[in-house]
Design a protein around this ligand. Sequence first.
Ligand code: CTP
Ligand code: K
Ligand code: MG
Length: 181
Amino acid sequence: MGVFEIVAVALWAMLPAYVPNNAAVLAGGGRPIDGGRTWNGRRVLGDGKTWRGTATGILAGAALGLVLNAAEPSVSDLLGVSLPAFPVGVLFALPAGAMLGDIAASFLKRRTGRQRGAAFPGVDQLDFVVFALLFAFLAAPDWFGDVFTLPVVAVVVVVTPLLHLVTNGIAYGLGLKDEPY
Ligand code: CTP
Ligand code: K
Ligand code: MG
C-alpha cells in the first residue's frame, strides 16, 4: 500500500467511529446514564453522558457505515484505491466502541476530580479510538491484517487527535459545543 492508500483506508475505516461523538453533541440531553448517582462524592459519569446521546451516536455511526458500503465501489474507483466495506459486526462495533471509550473517559475524569467539560489532554482525543479499535478487533479479528494493518493503525493514532481538535473547534465556533476540545 502506498502512503495515499494507507491514509485513505485509515480515514474511511474510522468514519463510523468519528461521527458518534458529533451526533451525540447534537442529540444530547435527557436522562444521564448514571441517573445522577455519585461515587465517593462525585458523579459516576456526569450529565454529559446521556442515553439519548449515546443511542443516537451509535445509530448515526452504523447508518453512516451503511451509506459508505453503498458508496464504496464508486469511491474506491474515484480515488484509485481499494477501500473496505464494513461487515455488520464492524458497522456496530466501531460506533459502540467510540461511545464506550468516551463514557470510560468521563468515568476516569470524574474519578480524578475533573468537572463535566474539563479537558483531559490525550484522553479526550484518543479514548474513542482505542475502544473503537478494540471493539472492531473483537467483532472481526480478520480486519486486523486486512484493513487495520500496522501502518493504518499508526496513521489513525496520529491523525485522529488532529481531526478531533479541528472538528471540535468548528463545533465550538458554531456554538454547538461548550468547549473546543
Ligand atoms: N453527549 C451525550 N451522550 C454521550 C456523549 C455526549 O449526550 N454519550 C452530549 C452531551 O450533551 C455532552 C455533549 O454531547 O455535554 C459533549 O460531549 P462531551 O464533550 O463528551 O461531554 P462533556 O459535557 O464535556 O462531559 P465530560 O466531561 O464527561 O466529557
Ligand atoms: K469527550
Ligand atoms: Mg467535553
